[in-house]
Ligand binder design. Structure first.
Ligand code: SF4
Ligand code: MG
Length: 316
């Protein structure tokens, strides 16, 4: 396809779908997340050749294989380093990280922390099913103390990580939660995450019918004290946006609000955007330091014949 033809094409979700056999278990929540990512890219009309999807190890790690975009299936827990390298090499790409809860918050925890505070313009979708599903369902960092799935020989003996709290603490500037079996709404959140200029974390409740018999479709669908377990923050008076990014007091207040919301008791679970702060990205910082990057991405610069090395050295 010529460049002109590709620019004129109207992309549909199917245009982001690879023609390859999918071997996720029937009924897996991963299907909903994959569909939501494809819907979001179509909604934004991001050309497949301008998109890169990166995964770590786990069932979720297979997601890029099923995408008709650039893709990279990296080492366990190394989504963030690969996402970072891709974005620094070509800041014009739409870069999406995908991976499981064990990959993001366990094996890759150090990278997750420092990737967030760098505030690169990326979107990280975490498929959170409470288990290391690819290796037969061992407890992951998001399963609560005392809980036991059918795949675990004993109850979990440690407290769970709270992904929303962790994301806030690490400096992600867009923190949201979705649900895999509501692909339409999840796609809306992914659209917002991609549109956000900065590091976007979307933690996604993902059902794993093979190993997790606690957090099932029925669990997420059931009522709690007569109200749906899952609800949307935008249906309440919750406002996640920091309206004055130069006001440290407002930033603190919005973080405190999200901190409380993420620890809501009573069994109800909030979906939607918990926190959003618009501040300069890491790429903005680099463009200020390296004038050549304001014209084109590093991957397209003729670094051998342009004098950008002094600027690069300054950053090292
Ligand atoms: Fe999905 Fe669980 Fe099967 Fe993995 S083991 S494909 S997470 S249902
Ligand atoms: Mg998992």
């Amino acid at each position: 396809m010529s460049t002109l033809a590709s620019e004129l094409k109207v992309y549909k979700p199917a245009d982001y779908k690879a023609e390859i056999h999918n071997d996720w278990c029937p009924g897996c929540g991963d299907f909903g997340i994959l569909t939501a990512v494809q819907m979001a890219l179509a909604k934004l009309q991001v050309p497949p050749h301008r998109t890169a999807v990166v995964s770590g190890i786990g069932c979720a790690g297979k997601a890029p294989h099923y995408m008709h975009t650039y893709a990279f299936h990296t080492l366990h827990g190394r989504v963030m380093p690969s996402v970072t390298a891709l974005k620094l090499a070509n800041h014009d790409l739409t870069v999406i990280g995908v991976g499981g809860d064990g990959d993001a918050y366990g094996i890759g925890a150090g990278h997750f922390v420092n990737g967030g505070r760098r505030n690169l313009d990326i979107t990280y979708c975490v498929f959170n099913n409470d288990v290391y599903a690819l290796t037969k369902g061992q407890a992951s960092p998001t399963i609560a103390k005392g809980q036991k799935t059918k795949s675990m020989p004993e109850e979990a003996i440690m407290d769970a990580i709270n992904p929303i709290l962790l994301g806030l603490a690490c400096g992600y500037t867009f923190v949201a939660r979705g649900y895999a079996l509501d692909a339409k709404y999840l796609a809306e959140l992914i659209v917002q995450g991609i549109q956000h200029r900065g590091s976007a974390l979307i933690d996604i409740y993902q059902t794993c019918p093979t190993y997790n018999d606690l957090h099932t479709k029925s669990y997420y669908s059931e009522a709690v004290n007569g109200q749906p377990r899952l609800y949307r923050l935008e249906d309440t008076d919750y406002d996640p946006v920091v309206h004055n990014p130069n006001d440290p007091a407002e930033i603190a207040q919005k973080k405190a609000q999200a901190l409380l919301k993420s620890q809501e008791t009573g069994g109800r679970l909030a979906l939607g955007v918990h926190y959003k702060l618009d501040v300069p990205t890491y790429e903005d910082y680099l463009k200020a330091k390296i004038p050549g990057l304001r014209e084109k991405p590093l991957a397209e610069l003729d670094i051998y014949h342009r004098d950008i090395m002094p600027n690069l050295r300054e950053l090292m």
